[in-house]
Design a protein around this ligand. Sequence first.
Ligand SMILES: *Cc1c(COP(=O)(O)O)cnc(C)c1O
Length: 461
Amino acid sequence: MSKTSWAEPFKIKMVEPLFMSTREQRVKAIEEAGFNTFLLPSEYVYIDLLTDSGTSAMSDRQWAGLMLGDEAYAGSRNYYHLEDAVRKYYGYKYLIPTHQGRGAENILSQILIKPGDIVPGNMYFTTTKLHQELAGGTFVDIIVDEAHDPKSDFPFKGNVDLAKLQRVIDAHGAEKIPYVSIATTVNMAGGQPISLANLKALREMTNKHGIRIIHDMTRVAENAYMIQQLEEGQSGRSVADIVLEICSLTDGATMSAKKDALVNIGGFMATNEWDVFEEARNMVVIYEGLHTYGGLAGRDMEAMAIGIEESVQDDHIRARVGQVFYLGQKLIDMGIPIVRPVGTHGIFLDAKASLPHLPQTAFPAQALAAELYIDSGVRAMERGIVSAGRDKTTGDHCYPELELVRLTIPRRVYTQAHMDVVAESVQRVHERRDSITGLKMTYEPKYLRFFQARFERLPAA
Ligand SMILES: *Cc1c(COP(=O)(O)O)cnc(C)c1O
């Protein structure tokens, strides 16, 4: 790491005042929200760490770009600008814009996956896995074991265990595997990077078997930064250069531009294969819009094109990840159990370790997130048994190893003082952790239940 502070390479030119709620207001709000932070009105949130998705602050250039929106139905000039940016900074040949990441996942999964197929990946992501299943596929986790251990300090927890992939190939045959799904960085493991060396080894192995690699490139710049900081022989390279190499080792991608690419809405699918592109161009018309806007306004594509360029600048990414590490180090110094090492987009509190008196069926992470909100108005989210959903065949809950509360940091939005307030609140809740009771689920949606599920407090044991 560089010796100077991570201070931001920008200054603030517009502010958004926040409502400072009372504890009584927050107790009422979380009860009305069924103890699900997703159901809170944002007005009652002070520091919103629910997600880094679509919550970034755009630059003055991006805002200026909105005024250059060409809202023609077909062939908008902003589409061509976006295509140029995707080719220049990511290196993929063909672009299909979509309204956000899951729009791209839907189209790609339907094109590449046949019923009965197997899709190995470096840990699941909620929407990604669901689209794979809706297309008839089955996701198989091939991430290294360290990723499931919140205490392991392994620096590249996003790596693929090649032996696990070999076993999947041996068991099902390469022809049943349309692609290996690789996320940079791995959201559900706590924002953990994959190393370039591991990705290269994976490329070699998949080439041998004629299997594609599809890149969930939602946080590729953050992954590239970690490679620059931690991987042998990579410290002299720019983040932009590493991003290009990562993409070059894969055959296509889905992108939620609401993360890395610094826009409030947008995404795309990209591919180097003409056939896949042609098919996607047909499908995008059904689900998103014409292939030159994919559910976005011209101005949204312009902001995305500019955001992509800003997102791969070394100074930007160093401050972005630096702020996350600042909060992480503070919590570590306070003795709070968090996933180690600290990931790039947020801090993941280890609810299993903090609340050992609660069984996983009492939703410890969900309960911890609710307590944090009541304490300070900081909004976090559950990443544990609620997010993992139910087993497709048995109908029982999936029981993930990791039972986490995610404090996700929006890009370019909050200050260091905000991070201090968050850390102090986490500490206060941690100090009275023995008094925290579990929850009972009272409403469960069929898909992606964490978004809309409702809970009630269980009586104290
Ligand atoms: C957010 C996200 C997605 C889905 O993107 P949306 O824009 O929310 O639809 C897919 N994969 C990962 C890793 C993500 O973080």
